[in-house]
Design a protein around this ligand. Structure first.
Ligand code: PBG
Length: 310
């Protein structure tokens, strides 16, 4: 095949799914048309559906009960927390699909930040010590790919060491290496309930400044040197220049995350009759491949796989 042809297939997709408590529960995420928070008992069927469509990986995001959130995010280390139960349910069902779990404290902290706070600031090293344990707890539950999304410094190396020490050397690390502070995460924060915890706070002290380019290349190089199996750029479409540049220099596969705001924007435009949905969906996804992405995290995964198979 001509290497200038960047075809898209279901094998390129990682499907992010929001998980909730309860039984037989499917609650729509208002800001993300067609996206739901789904209870653990329904996940094996969704995983089966994804696998049958040829989607190789699912990323699980817990919408944690606010009553379980604390300043230090203790629930992150509970081996029976929502995301761990979700992993076990899918793995126990025997469906062949790889599971990706974020490592970051924001689903569990009452303030909605990704790390521990001291005097209002996220403290890097103390946070990394907790993230290391969170990674092991999730790997124990069956997670195949640990995805640190917190942007703390030095976390990849210590997480790798902790996983290896716990007997999880086969567990991969997909590092959110170039994660820019972004308004495009808005609908996601609604979906997992971190928006209300975060309030007027933001994550600009640890997520990247949208005006920076070289920092992304630097972060990627550091994460790969520390042992990342793959790296990620996010948001996606507004950062295709970064995806391209990272893909040119990285010695590991580069993933792009078409984030919640990008998804909702395309859905809103399609619903308004401004663009044709399938065309906009496939056009946006193909752009990531053209830029050099090895794969794409996208809420469109099952829809796009269905259209591609038709
Ligand atoms: C949490 C996390 C976020 C996303 C993935 N993991 C949001 C944030 O940093 O607040 C965003 C994904 C999306 O918008 O689809 N660390």
């Amino acid at each position: 095949m001509d290497d200038r042809f960047h075809g898209l297939s279901a094998a390129d997709f990682i499907w992010p799914v929001f998980v909730r408590d309860g039984e037989n529960e499917t609650t729509p995420v208002d800001s993300m048309p067609g996206v739901n928070r789904v209870s653990v008992d329904l996940l094996p069927a969704l995983a089966r559906q994804a696998a049958d469509l040829g989607i190789p990986e699912m990323a699980l995001f817990p919408a944690t009960d606010p009553a379980l959130k604390t300043p230090n995010g203790d629930e992150a280390l509970n081996p029976d927390n929502l995301v761990c139960r979700a992993c076990r349910a899918i793995k126990d069902s025997g469906v062949t699909i790889r599971l990706v779990c974020d490592v970051a404290l924001d689903p569990y902290t009452s303030h909605g930040q990704d790390g521990l706070l001291r005097e209002g600031y996220v403290i890097n090293d103390e946070t990394v010590a907790v993230l290391q344990q969170q990674a092991v707890v999730q790997a124990n539950a069956g997670c195949d790919i640990i995805a640190p999304s917190d942007m703390m410094d030095g976390r990849i190396g210590v997480i790798r060491a902790a996983l290896d020490a716990a007997g999880h050397s086969a567990v991969d690390i997909m590092a959110y290496s170039a994660k820019y502070a972004s308004a495009f995460y808005g609908p996601f924060r609604d979906a997992v309930g971190s928006a209300s915890s975060l309030g007027s706070g933001d994550k600009r002290t640890y997520q990247m400044d949208p005006a920076n380019t070289h920092e992304a290349l630097h972060e990627v190089a550091l994460d790969i040197a520390e042992g990342a199996t793959s790296v990620m750029v996010k948001p996606g479409m507004p950062y295709l220049d970064i995806v391209y540049r990272v893909a040119q220099m990285a010695t590991k596969p580069v993933y792009a995350y078409q984030v919640s705001g990008e998804y909702s924007m395309i859905c809103a435009a399609a619903e308004a009759g401004v663009v044709e949905r399938d065309g906009a969906m496939l056009g946006s996804l193909t752009a990531f491949k053209r830029a050099g992405a090895a794969g794409i995290l996208t809420y469109f995964a099952p829809d796009a796989a269905r259209v591609l198979a038709a």
